[in-house]
Design a protein around this ligand. Structure first.
Ligand code: FAD
Length: 393
């Protein structure tokens, strides 16, 4: 593949950057700093507002068919957009919608579903979340127990999902449910699209150690879901989900987030005597090189996807590289920032915290990067079996 960008692609990047500098950067850099509660309320209101601006500017649904609200765009442009949004941590992007639910529907949805669900996704009107994991089903996802029993023209859904990112913001969830408890476990699963405002759904935030409440538990008690919201065939949802997961594990946006943190760190070091410290210089140079390698590997996966190649092992390679890399970068940050790096983002602390405490948050967040979206060990298993052809362990 060709790694360099054409002048047209560079000019597309400048247009995206121009938009982000104007609309997203000021919000990203100036959140309220009084306390967690105020921050969370502000966050919920702000991201949705920004989401509408991103949609209105025409950045969503690049390369999707126009009859479903899509805009002309190549895979390279999608990649550039993801990279630039990732630099600002995808602020305002309905990532679970446009990057996950959208491709699920484009690949496996029927005509009615595409017409109903894709335009509001692209217009920034409806936000989505992904309901796969359950308290007893993470790595062994196929053991999931949330049930959907056919009841006339509906499915009756009962059970619980966990770690559901942005369920607090979402209008819809694409979720895996068990429709045949007697079939072999991979063959009794279906995918449903469920209105998050339905009676019987409760969302409970999980407060994480860095204070954010973006992840949630979602409970379903006798939730009635119209049968036409089944994606693909009944009991074939596992295969629909697996295609989507490969896409989720290619992480160009997150590599870009890491690059932003490294750029911040380099600018911090440059202004201090630390800049002459050979250990600091070596650590930073190593992290930049690792980040650039991760970027190029992710480019290759995006290209493979664009030509319809099998990305399962390659996407796992991306995930297996980027998760531990994020922890190394945040570890490096803590060594460079010293005790100040531990200061948080609110109240008195933030006044003395470098970069308003964002490194403290990400140092803690990075812990989960080797298990969210499929653990590190599971990625290694996929690389061994599907990439190298080794037998199942
Ligand atoms: C921040 C965050 C956001 C998330 N967002 C979402 C979301 O939006 N939607 C969603 O559905 N889920 C989400 N998840 C859930 C995530 O996908 C699961 O946490 C993940 O799949 C691991 O499952 P688990 O937590 O049950 O761990 P387990 O599966 O219980 O794993 C525990 C340990 O055992 C190891 N292990 C398990 N099986 C094997 C094996 N076969 N071989 C080797 N080692 C093994 C694992 O690697 C791990 O170290 C999120 C998780 C986090 C932390």
């Amino acid at each position: 593949m060709q790694f360099t960008m054409t002048p047209e692609q560079e000019s597309f990047r400048q247009r995206v950057k121009g938009f982000i500098d104007k609309e997203i950067k000021p919000v990203y850099e100036n959140p309220p700093r009084n306390g967690a509660e105020e921050y969370e309320q502000w966050y919920v209101a702000t991201v949705k507002d920004l989401g509408k601006k991103i949609a209105a500017a025409g950045w969503l649904g690049l390369g999707w068919p126009q009859e479903y609200g899509g805009r002309p765009g190549t895979w390279r442009e999608q990649l550039i957009f993801k990279e630039e949004m990732g630099y600002y941590e995808n602020w305002g992007l309905n990532r679970q919608g446009v990057n996950m639910a959208g491709p699920v529907l484009l690949g496996s949805g029927d005509e009615e579903q595409k017409k109903r669900f894709l335009p509001p996704m692209v217009n920034g009107q409806e936000w989505w979340c992904q309901g796969y994991s359950e308290p007893e089903s993470g790595s062994d996802l196929a053991s999931l127990a949330t049930s959907a029993e056919r009841d006339g023209d509906y499915f009756r859904v009962n059970g619980q999902k966990v770690w559901t990112s942005q369920a607090n913001l979402a209008d819809w969830i694409f979720m895996l449910v068990r429709t045949d408890p007697n079939a072999p476990k991979h063959r009794g699963i279906s995918m449903l699209l469920v209105d998050m405002h339905s009676p019987g759904i409760t969302v409970r935030p999980i407060v994480q150690m860095h204070g954010s409440t973006d992840e949630n538990e979602v409970f379903f008690v006798d939730v009635m879901v119209p049968a036409e919201n089944l994606v693909g065939e009944v009991n074939r949802g596992w295969y629909v989900a697996m295609n989507q997961l490969s896409g989720e594990r290619s992480q160009i946006d997150f590599v870009s987030t890491l690059r932003h943190y490294l750029d911040d760190l380099a600018s911090y070091v440059k202004e201090r005597p630390l800049a002459a410290d050979p250990i600091v210089r070596n650590m930073l140079a190593d992290r930049y090189i690792e980040c650039n390698i991760a970027r190029l590997i992710n480019y290759r996966v995006a290209w493979l996807q664009s030509v319809g190649g099998d990305v399962s092992a390659s996407a796992s390679i991306c995930k297996a590289i980027v998760g531990p890399l994020s922890q190394r970068i945040m570890g490096t940050a803590m060594r460079v920032l010293g005790l100040h790096g531990q200061l948080g983002r609110y109240g008195e602390e933030v006044k003395n915290a470098p970069f308003h405490g964002k490194f403290m948050v990400w140092y803690l967040k990075a812990v989960s990067r080797t298990f969210n979206a499929g653990t590190h060990e599971i990625q290694l298993n996929i690389i061994a079996t599907r990439g190298l052809g080794l037998p199942q362990g």
